[in-house]
Design a protein around this ligand. Structure first.
Ligand code: ADP
Length: 449
C-alpha cells in the first residue's frame, strides 16, 4: 500500500480524498493556489505545497508544478479527483514516467475515452448500443450533408474533445446545418484546442442514466448499479439519485452485464462511469465514459456500502476487486443535490464571503463540502459549495429527508441554489419520478422565470 498520496485538486473532492487516506492510514500532501491558502484541504492534509497563482492554468492544471510538488514531498501516488488533470492522459503518462502511481486507469484508456467519437466506436465494438450517428469525426461539408441525410433531424453536433456539458449544438433543420457545423467547429477549437466534431441523432425526451464501475489490474470489472442524472441545466447535472425511478432489477442486471463485459474487453482498471441516454421507449444508448471519480459518487456509496475513493486507492495499489471494494449490500434510496454559489433564478455565479455556514445533520444526511463560516468562495473555480446527500429506506423517505435537510441548511453571505432545489422537490412530476433532461427548462418557464 502507498505511504503518501498527493491530492491534485481543491474543494470538496480534495477533502473527500483526504478522508479516504486518513482512514487507510496514508499520509497526504495538499497542493493549493494562492487563492486557496485558507482552504480546508490545506488545513487537513499532513503537508501542503503552494503550486502557483489563482488561475488554474498556472496552478491546478500546471503539470510541471504538480509533479515538482510530488517529487519534493516524496509521494508514491497522486489522486487527481475530478475536473482539472483527472482525464488528462498526458498527466497520467508523466506520473508514470516519474514513477508515481496515477490513481486512475491507464493513459491509453483515458486517451481512448477522451476522444468521444472514438469512445463511441470502441464501446459499440465492445457490445454497447450507441445513438445513430457519424462513425467518427465529420470531415468536411460533403460528409456533413450525407451523414445528416442518413441520421435525420433533429441532430446534435458534439466536440470530439468535449466535456463538462460544453461543445454541443443541436440542429433542427437542414437549413441550419452548415452554419451550425461551422460554429460548432470554431467553438470546439476555442474551448478544446481541436475543431473536430461528430454527429448524433438528437433524442427529444431522454433520461441520463449512468453506471458506476470498478476494475482491478487482474482483469475483473464489477458494476455498482446506476445513477439517475436527468435533472440538468445546460447539460450540467443538478440532482442525482439511485436507484433510478426508470430502472428495475431485470434491466439493471441486463445493462450492468453488458457494461462489465465491454469494460473487461478493453481491460478497464480503477473507477469509471459509463453514461447512457435512455430514450422514450426505454432503449439505452452509450454516450460517453468518464475515467475518474464523479461528483455524484456518494449516492452510490450510500446504497452499496462501498467507499469508492478508498476502493480507487486500493485498486491502484494492485488489490483485487473483492478486497478493494469489500462486500456490497444494496439498500435504500439516495439523492444528492448540488448546492452551487449562484443566484437561484438567474444562475449567475455568486462568489464572495460566506458569513454563516451551518450544515444540516441527523439520520441519513451526509454533507460533502469544503465550505465554512467566513470562507471566501473564489471566482476562479467551479461554483460547487456543497453536496447534500440523503438516504431513505425508499424514494419517498429520501425526498422528505432532502426537503427538511435543505430547509435546515443555512448558508449566508452568498446566493445559493437551495431555493431552486426546494422548488424542484415540491414538483409533483419530480416526486413521481416522471422527468426528462428538459425538466428544468420547462419548470423555470412555467414559473415565468
Ligand atoms: P459531456 O461530455 O459534455 O458531459 P455528454 O455527451 O455526456 O457531454 O452529454 C451531456 C448531456 O447532453 C446529456 O446528459 C444530455 O442531456 C445531452 N445530450 C447529449 N447527447 C444527446 C443526444 N444525442 N440527444 C439529446 N440530448 C443529448
Amino acid at each position: 500500500m502507498f505511504q503518501k498520496i498527493l491530492v491534485a485538486n481543491r474543494g470538496e473532492i480534495a477533502l473527500r480524498v483526504i478522508c479516504a487516506c486518513k482512514e487507510l492510514g496514508i499520509a497526504t500532501v495538499a497542493v493549493y493556489s494562492e487563492a486557496d491558502r485558507n482552504a480546508l484541504h490545506v488545513r487537513f492534509a499532513d503537508e501542503a505545497v503552494c503550486i502557483g497563482p489563482a488561475r488554474s492554468s498556472e496552478s491546478y492544471l500546471n503539470i510541471p508544478q504538480v509533479i515538482s510538488a510530488a517529487e519534493i514531498t516524496n509521494v508514491d501516488a497522486i489522486h487527481p479527483g475530478y475536473g482539472f488533470l483527472s482525464e488528462n492522459a498526458n498527466f497520467a503518462k508523466v506520473c508514470e514516467a516519474s514513477e508515481i502511481t496515477f490513481i486512475g486507469p491507464k493513459p491509453e484508456v483515458i486517451e481512448m475515452m477522451g476522444e468521444k467519437d472514438r469512445a463511441r466506436r470502441e464501446m459499440k465494438a465492445a457490445g454497447l448500443a450507441t445513438i445513430p450517428g457519424s462513425d467518427g469525426v465529420v470531415e468536411g461539408e460533403e460528409q456533413l450533408a450525407k451523414e445528416a441525410q442518413r441520421i435525420g433531424f433533429p441532430l446534435i453536433l458534439k466536440a470530439a474533445a468535449g466535456g463538462g456539458g460544453r461543445g454541443m449544438r443541436m440542429v433542427r433543420t437542414k437549413e441550419e446545418l452548415l452554419a451550425a457545423y461551422q460554429t460548432a467547429r470554431s467553438e470546439a477549437q476555442q474551448a478544446f484546442g481541436t475543431p473536430d466534431v461528430y454527429m448524433e441523432k438528437y433524442l427529444r425526451h431522454p433520461r441520463h442514466i449512468e453506471f458506476q464501475v470498478l476494475g482491478d489490474q487482474h482483469g475483473k470489472v464489477i458494476h455498482l448499479g446506476e445513477r439517475e442524472c436527468t435533472i440538468q441545466r445546460r447539460h450540467q447535472k443538478l440532482i442525482e439519485e439511485t436507484p433510478s425511478p426508470a430502472m428495475d432489477a431485470k434491466r439493471r442486471k441486463e445493462i450492468g452485464a453488458k457494461v462489465v463485459k465491454a469494460l473487461e474487453f478493453i481491460g478497464y482498471t480503477n473507477a469509471g462511469t459509463i453514461e447512457f441516454l435512455m430514450d422514450d421507449d426505454g432503449a439505452m444508448y452509450f454516450i460517453e465514459m468518464n475515467t475518474r471519480i464523479q461528483v455524484e459518487h456518494p449516492v452510490t456509496e450510500i446504497v452499496s456500502g462501498v467507499d469508492l475513493v478508498k476502493a480507487q486507492i486500493r485498486l491502484a495499489a494492485g488489490e483485487k476487486i473483492a478486497e478493494a471494494a469489500g462486500e456490497m449490500q444494496f439498500t435504500g434510496h439516495a439523492i444528492e443535490c448540488r448546492i452551487n454559489a449562484e443566484d437561484p433564478d438567474t444562475f449567475v455565479p455568486s462568489a464572495g464571503r460566506i458569513t454563516t455556514f451551518q450544515a444540516p445533520g441527523g439520520t441519513g444526511v451526509r454533507v460533502d463540502s469544503a465550505a465554512y463560516s467566513d470562507a471566501v468562495i473564489p471566482p476562479y473555480y467551479d461554483s460547487l459549495v456543497a453536496k447534500l446527500i440523503v438516504k431513505g429506506r425508499d424514494r419517498g423517505e429520501a425526498l422528505a429527508r432532502m426537503r427538511r435537510a435543505l430547509e435546515m441548511f443555512v448558508i449566508e453571505g452568498i446566493k445559493t441554489s437551495i431555493p431552486m432545489h426546494l422548488r424542484i422537490l415540491s414538483d409533483p412530476d419530480f416526486a413521481a419520478g416522471k422527468f426528462d433532461t428538459h425538466f428544468i427548462e420547462r419548470y423555470l418557464n412555467s414559473n415565468g422565470k
